[in-house]
Design a protein around this ligand. Structure first.
Ligand SMILES: [Zn+2]
Length: 136
């Protein structure tokens, strides 16, 4: 799944979890679920740009001490394995996250259709907006 989608879904799970630890853990679980959905990833450079924008957006909107931010971190952290592989620090067979090993057995199929990713992102943004509390 696109890293930015993992970030937004994790942030939404964090909004529901209400504590930073639960937010982080539910973010990791959300990574399992969203990776299992059919999807199409971007190039590593595009992924990194979108991820940076999404995570910065969550940090700017909710703060780095918020459950939303820690849900986002938990949502994207498993993909650090991909970064480590691209950087040459690990081989594909050394990945440990369930949707990243077993030759993609637990990973969603590749598709050209991005509508499901958009739907998941929109639902997550709705959760973030619905749980938004004005501090004034
Ligand atoms: Zn992943």
């Amino acid at each position: 799944m696109i890293g930015a989608v993992h970030t937004v879904v994790g942030a939404a799970m964090g909004a529901l979890a209400k504590s930073k630890l639960r937010a982080f853990l539910t973010g990791v679980v959300s990574h399992l679920i969203t990776d299992a959905l059919p999807h199409k990833d971007y190039s590593p450079a595009a992924e990194l740009s979108l991820l940076g924008a999404a995570l910065s957006g969550v940090a700017a909107w909710k703060g780095i001490d918020s459950p939303e931010f820690w849900g986002a971190v938990g949502g994207i952290l498993p993909d650090a394995e991909h970064a480590l592989e691209l950087a040459g620090y690990i081989d594909a067979e050394h990945k440990v996250f369930p949707t990243h090993f077993a030759a993609g057995r637990y990973h969603g199929r590749k598709t050209q259709d991005r509508r499901l990713q958009l739907l998941v992102t929109a639902a997550s943004l709705l959760i973030l907006l619905a749980t938004y509390k004005c501090k004034k």
